[in-house]
Every structure is written in C-alpha cells, then in structure tokens.
Ligand binder design. Structure first.
Ligand code: COA
Length: 315
C-alpha cells in the first residue's frame, strides 16, 4: 500500500511541568533531563472518539477521498469508556463510514500493527483503501498521584489513509510476552457468582525495565528489517520512533550510529500518546513538508505486552 493522507487532533488543554509541580512532588528540573517532556495535551471536555474522528477527517481530506471510498477501517486504542461497541464503530458513525471495521489493542506499536493488517488484507486482494485511526487518552489510565507515570503521558489522535501501491517495503511485528512490566486493570460488572478478587488499578510500570526493553527492541527491529529488505541505514531519510522518552530515542540513535537530523521528535510538547504517537508525528512532519517523494521512513515503536514493531515505508 501507500500512505496518501495523514491527520491528527489534540485536546486543547496544555499541561506544563510547572503546572504538575503545583499538585505533585515533581519539577521541570526532574522531568526534562529524564524524559525531554516540557508539556502535554490532556483531555478535559473532549471525547477521545471525537479526536479520532477529527484526525480521520483531516487524513481523508488530504487523501482526496470521501468516507464512501474507504473499504476497511482499523482503529487502535488502548482504553476507552466504551466496552462495546468498539471505537472503530463509534468513529465510523461520526464520520459516515459503513465499511468493515476492527479494533486493535496493541499498545504503543498499534499504528505499525494496523499498517501490517492493512498491507496483509491488501496483498490478499480484500481491500483497496484503508483508514487507520489511533486514538488514545493515557492521561485517564495513570494515577495523578503517581509522579513516576502521570508526567510521561499525553492524549491525542493520529490517522492515515492508505491506498493501492508498493511503498510498504517491509514490516516486522514482535512479541516478548511480559505483562507485568506495564499494566492496568479495571473491574467488570459484579455478578452473584464471582468470587475471585478484582480491583481497579491505575497504570503500573517498571520504568527502568521498560526503558531497556524499548532501546534493545527498537535497535534490533530496525537493524533486522533493514537487512531483510536490503536497505542500508545510509538510505534512510527519517526514523519515526515512538515518542515515549527523549532519552530512549537518543539511545536508539546512538546504538544505530545515526545523526540527530534523521530523528524528528515532538515528545517535548506531547509526551507519550501511546499508539497515537507515531501517526501524530507523521502528520506533523508531513504537514511541515519534511518528506520528499521517495524518502525512506523507518517507523519503530514499543510498549505494553511487551510488543514492538517496525516498518520501512517509501514516501
Ligand atoms: N518527579 C520527581 N521525582 C520522581 C518522578 C517525578 N516525576 N518520578 C520518579 N521520581 C523519583 C522516584 O520516586 C525515585 O525516587 P527515590 O530514589 O527517592 O525512590 C527517583 O525519582 C528515581 O526513580 P526511577 O524510577 O529510578 O527514575 P528513572 O531514572 O528510571 O526515570 C522514568 C524514571 C519513568 C523516567 C524512566 O524509567 C523511563 O522513562 N522509563 C521508560 C518509561 C516509558 O517510556 N514507558 C512507556 C513505554 S511505551
């Protein structure tokens, strides 16, 4: 397939590190050197599905397509107020789609997992035009008393329209099952029969271990896929790395021996927006005119699961 339109949408409320330090024992001086994050957009009165719909409309407009042109819709989302229907159905109703749609919960690498599904359906001859929306509100998953997690995240949505083409040069998906490193639980409706213990627990994370996983998985994934598809690092124009932490991105850059210019970032103003991170970055770079036709983009993302994924895409 080929990416022909991108879009993104952010909540209006911007929360700076200084604002966090008004109610948390934290500071700009702690957060910036450890994460690179200065501020993040956080949901107030918006609904995450409305952000998803706005990002989708922008991507469709840029692609020059109407909702009726889309024959498959994939939505990536980790947490929403709805248990059912899936976010893909809710967004479909908002933007006027009536094609088959599915939801995936692959955490931060969700955009790359979605591209892989789109490409595989396309190769199977089942679809022609696919919409991907990643809509996330991780600010509603963390405890706002927990300074080690809540400072890291921000909300938002990113979207892409893919059509027929030969520009996805390769994708690799990886899983290293270890659900204890990042997790959150929410209780279901009680019944007269349930006897097991269940609890609502906000997002828990073993930060240092996740950091190490992120750096080693991303470096391995990128090197492995580039080798497989026969592309040299010198041919890569940009690495579109999941925006979790600037130190993670810097370490990946160092291990790959690459230069700063090849790693666009927006972590400073967004924090980690889970699977929305890669498509928001893609849209911002695209709308700034950063990419030239033929540029090789390498997407790499990692997160809860533990899952990671990498894609090589020709622009
Ligand atoms: N402000 C001030 N102090 C904080 C703090 C904050 N926001 N968060 C944690 N601390 C404190 C801790 O309480 C601890 O204090 P102590 O030594 O008195 O116990 C100290 O800082 C060190 O904590 P630690 O967790 O060891 O810090 P760290 O250097 O590992 O940095 C992260 C923490 C979360 C920034 C880092 O581990 C990280 O970025 N990990 C990856 C997380 C991630 O990106 N997850 C998503 C992947 S998709």
């Amino acid at each position: 397939m080929r990416i022909i339109g991108t879009g993104s949408a952010l909540p209006k409320k911007v929360v700076t590190n200084a604002m966090l330090s008004e109610f948390l024992d934290t500071s700009d001086e702690w957060i910036i050197p450890r994460t690179g994050i200065r501020s993040r957009h956080v949901i107030t009165d918006e609904r995450v599905e409305d952000l998803g719909a706005e990002a989708a409309r922008k991507a469709l407009e840029q692609a020059g397509m109407q909702p009726g042109d889309i024959d498959f819709f994939i939505c990536s989302n980790v947490a929403t107020e709805y248990v059912t229907p899936g976010m893909s159905c809710i967004i479909s109703a908002k933007i006027g789609l009536s094609c088959p749609c599915i939801d995936i919960n692959c955490a931060c690498p969700g955009f790359i997992y979605a591209m892989d599904i789109a490409e595989t359906y396309y190769q199977a001859g089942k679809v022609h035009n696919v919409l991907i929306v990643c809509a996330e509100e991780p600010s509603r998953m963390t405890s706002w008393d927990d300074r080690s997690t809540c400072v890291l995240f921000g909300d938002g949505a990113g979207a892409a329209v893919l059509t027929e083409g030969n520009n996805i040069r390769g994708i690799e998906l990886h899983s290293q099952p270890d659900p204890d490193k990042i997790w959150q639980t929410k209780t279901l409706v009680p019944t007269p029969f349930v006897t097991k213990e269940e609890k609502d627990v906000p997002l828990q994370m073993k930060g240092r271990e996740v950091f190490k996983f992120a750096v080693s998985a991303s470096t391995r994934d990128v090197q492995s896929l580039l080798k497989k598809v026969g592309i040299e690092q010198s041919q890569v124009a940009y690495y579109m790395v999941h925006q979790a932490n600037l130190r993670i991105i810097d370490a990946i850059k160092q291990y790959l021996g690459e230069s700063d210019e090849k790693f666009p970032t927006n972590i400073a103003d967004h924090g980690n927006s889970s699977s929305a991170s890669c498509p928001i970055l893609l849209d911002e770079c695209n709308r700034k005119g950063l990419f030239n036709k033929g540029d090789i983009l390498v997407f790499s993302a990692f997160g809860a699961g533990l899952l990671s994924a990498v894609a090589v895409v020709e622009w």
